[in-house]
Design a protein around this ligand. Sequence first.
Ligand code: SF4
Length: 484
Amino acid sequence: MNVHDSERMSGLLEAAGYVRAEEGAEPDVVVFNTCAVRENADNRLYGNLGQLRPVKDRHPGMQIAVGGCLAQKDRDTILEKAPWVDAVFGTHNVGALLALLERSRHNHEAQLEILESLEVFPSTLPTKRDSVYSGWVSISVGCNNTCTFCIVPSLRGKERDRRPGEILAEIQALVDDGAIEVTLLGQNVNSYGVEFGDRLAFGKLLRACGEIRGLERVRFTSPHPAAFTDDVIDAMAETPNVMPQLHMPLQSGSDRLLRAMRRSYRSSKFLGILDRVRERIPHAAITTDIIVGFPGETEEDFQTTLDVVERSRFSSAFTFQYSKRPGTPAADMPDQLPKAVVQERYERLIALQERISEEENARQVGHEVELLVTAQSGRKAGETHRLSGRAKDHRLVHFSVPAGAEEPRPGDLVTLRVTEAAPHHLIADPRPEEYSVRRSRAGDAWDRSQAESCGAAAPATAGAAPGARGSVSLGMPSLPVRVG
Ligand code: SF4
């Protein structure tokens, strides 16, 4: 969600005539889009702001803006701690970025504008997409749940749903531009429809995506187990372009802790969802989020989590050590656990999940998979000359192109046989007869985007250095330089 907001900030700036700063150049405007979900976001923000102060001192007219969740949470504290910041805006008024920069320039004083609720659905703002072959589409923002560890409801507000027609029009526009994959986004994606009173709206939306010609891959994140109904599983199973992938956040296997977290499902319901998904979509890869060391977690609670993880056979898991978020109910709970206890449990959980991930990945060896080739290659691509792609179930596969075989472009689809497995990725070094390329509209769009960006780029080769196929974006907007 945060990365997609960054695309909107870049889009707003570019629509107003800003351009990406050349590497090494001092930018005229720097925008930080902050996230408050992970620990230490504030330390990192103030560290970065501190580093920019001397740059700003020697660069008259340079402007710094801070937006996102941390800005929504800290508000005027940012201007107190870093008075050289020019504009602060929150999660509900991304669209105000340009006006705040302009006003600050005109009035020679910092501008702060934080709204308590959403004025305009952010998807109506211009968007500078990171990728031409794949795009995010917000279907809702905000969340009506009150998980006790989570800062999101207080920073993103109550759930607001977009109308299905608007969502489908945005997807169609993306597809018309060359994208063949979309990921539907929402803090609680499957409660979509709650605002306009249709409990079946999410399943219907998935089926409607199946009607869009040229759209080959549909994904969504993140669902909530409490509201995950069988009509959604049916829609996934019966809509060919909805991918066999599900991210289903567990958080804890202990029912006692789920209650304390105010997560309204229990582990039996969670496991039941997984069973039904696998019954209808046997090849689905299921991933999860787990928090270790929630206040009051006993060794017995943690063992229950390990048991549920063992039974769930996740293909991978995002694991987090609990840390307090000031302003959340869990931050004030008694029985906060010592760091050493949390660390030790965390390591046991990682070891278990790594084993399961490796075993599940090993089952893929010998299978034929279709990959959507990505612009980013693995860390070792410089040595191995392998390219990378995502399988239908979203597994990451690093692959080599057999000698003399056709080189795919990012956005093209290759079909090949998996030859090796590791916990976090698969490897395919196929023989020529086990490898084929399907050139796609998305690959054509990639070529066009490369040609448009300074007329420079011919498609990179398999032997290109890592990074030569497009840089890995972590969602930070680029540093734009004003022209004209
Ligand atoms: S459902 Fe997700 S976004 Fe909503 S409160 Fe819980 S953890 Fe936060």
